[in-house]
Design a protein around this ligand. Sequence first.
Ligand code: FES
Length: 120
Amino acid sequence: MTVQPTSSLFKPLAGTEAPVDIWFNDAPLRVPGGRSVAAALLAAGVSRFRSTPVSGAPRAPYCMMGACFECLVEIDGVPARQSCMVEVRDGMRIRSQEGARDLPPEIMQDAPALENAHGR
Ligand code: FES
């Protein structure tokens, strides 16, 4: 039996392959369109998406299907977005997520005596 070569399992969405211009950590970046933010950043050579809250170790996408949470970034001011689950769009402002995400200010105003979000 001969196995015929097939095209990749991962294809851009039809008709949306045109490059898009985004910002990553305040630097302009032209990335391929028609794919997730994670796929677009990887295609553009970005390899560090976030750092861990405890040791600060660098992380990058692993599963590309929303299961591992290694691809968390801030997208348009919203922290902890799974970049593998969001389609890249022109003008997006994306930042790597360094450590734990910040809590919204209104939560911190209601808990001034807490040392951290867990009340410890
Ligand atoms: S790469 Fe695993 S959740 Fe995004």
